[in-house]
Design a protein around this ligand. Structure first.
Ligand SMILES: Cc1ncc(COP(=O)(O)O)c(C=O)c1O
Length: 385
């Protein structure tokens, strides 16, 4: 089959295209010449000033202080740094609480902590992927030092009650970290609203440069660095900073905040058009997670189950038809592992196996969404015939 000339990228939760303004800011920085922000000479001072400016802009986008920003290489590093950093100086034995639908960056980091003096609780979610605040409170032990919960799920878009959890456990002196990697740029993310001690984001999810991220660590929270070396990033992450990356990340963060309303309107219109087109064609499917258009879910994320079809096969056909989407399945040593998130919702196996995630961004308007939906309809009909 010849590949169609128009293609549709519906995988924004995997990675979003880098914004032209971000590319321009990085290019300008690179063209200004070399400079290590730790050097005392003029090129060093120039790099230091650019890093300082990026930190101020990034902090502003989160409602944080400049001293609370740690630039990292992405979401995975931020999460790992947070868990090790927050727990490193805590007395042991200790206990950590997380949820069953976290990204592997969290689940694997938590698992790696487990040992004779570190116990963990991985809490279940309801059929829509929601964590109950009462479950978290009930799981708190005298030795609980940290709760780490994602703000929004990458596969189904469900938004978690992180602020309510943070307030509910505050009197127990428990630290709270949130993985806001999918939330930032798709909903309002302000550290003062969330009341968390630390928060992770990743540049490439909202138009920033790949390989950039940020960890917010509230002032006054004791933190043990995992990388040893220089005193960069307030002593919380050693190593010469990626200044161009920080510059680009800060520009992307500011634009994401400034354009949030516009982006939300656009992705709401395109997800609605996509769903309506499939519904009107009479193709059978079920929505995984909360109903789209509800407040409790990211406006850009649709996870649809086409029962009776293997998601991998649907994805291959969609790819050939110029539609990029994904499933939450992990591929390990040649075998496809069904999504741990959909399993945690308690869905039947055939629904898990037939589920595909479509995630939208500002470059997909309603007409493009309808066109992409038509390709989905044609392929689903063909695979079911
Ligand atoms: C919810 C969530 N957390 C963490 C990560 C990891 O981020 P990164 O790819 O920047 O390491 C991802 C990436 O898909 C994610 O969706």
């Amino acid at each position: 089959m010849a590949r169609p000339s128009t293609s549709y990228y519906l995988d924004y939760n995997a990675t979003a295209p880098m914004l032209p303004e971000v590319q321009e800011s990085m290019l300008q920085y690179w063209q200004s010449g070399p400079g290590n922000p730790s050097s005392l000479h003029e090129p060093g001072r120039r790099a230091r000033a650019a890093l300082h400016e990026a930190r101020a802009v990034a902090a502003g986008a989160l409602g944080a202080k400049e001293s609370e920003v740690v630039f990292t290489s992405g979401g995975t590093e931020s999460i790992s740094l947070a868990l090790q950093g927050l727990l490193g100086l805590c007395s042991r034995p200790l206990h950590v609480i997380t949820s069953a639908i976290e990204h592997p960056a969290t689940l694997e980091s938590v698992r790696a902590l487990e040992g004779p003096d570190v116990r963990t609780a991985v809490l279940p979610v309801d059929e829509f992927g929601r964590i109950a605040v009462t479950h978290v409170v009930d799981a708190v032990l005298p030795s609980t030092r940290l709760v780490t919960l994602m703000l929004a799920n990458n596969e189904i878009g469900t938004i978690e009650p992180v602020a309510a959890v943070a307030r509910a456990v505050a009197s127990n002196g428990v630290l709270v970290h949130t993985d806001a990697v999918q939330a930032f740029g798709k909903m309002s993310v302000r550290v003062s609203d969330l009341d968390v001690h630390s928060l992770s984001i990743s540049g490439h999810k909202f138009g920033g440069p790949p390989g950039t991220g940020l960890l917010y660590v509230r002032d006054g929270v004791r933190f043990q660095p995992s990388l040893r070396g220089g005193r960069q990033e307030g002593g919380r992450r050693a190593g010469t900073e990626n200044v161009a990356g920080a510059v680009g990340l800060a520009v992307a963060m500011k634009l994401a905040v400034d354009r949030l309303d516009e982006t939300t309107r656009c992705v709401r219109a395109s997800t609605a058009a996509f769903l309506e087109t499939i519904e009107e064609a009479g193709v059978e499917f079920t929505v995984n997670g909360l109903p789209p258009r509800s407040d409790g879910t990211l406006p850009n994320t649709l996870n649809l189950a086409f029962t009776g079809i293997e998601a991998q096969s649907l994805l291959v056909h969609l790819d050939l038809a110029g539609v990029a989407a994904s499933s939450g399945s992990a591929c390990s040593s040649g075998a496809v592992e069904p999504s741990h998130v959909l399993r945690a919702l308690g869905l039947p196996e055939d629904r898990v196996r037939g589920s595909v995630r479509f995630s939208f961004g500002a470059s997909i308007d309603a007409q493009a969404a309808k066109n992409a939906a038509q390709r989905v309809i044609d392929i689903v009909r063909c695979l079911r015939s």
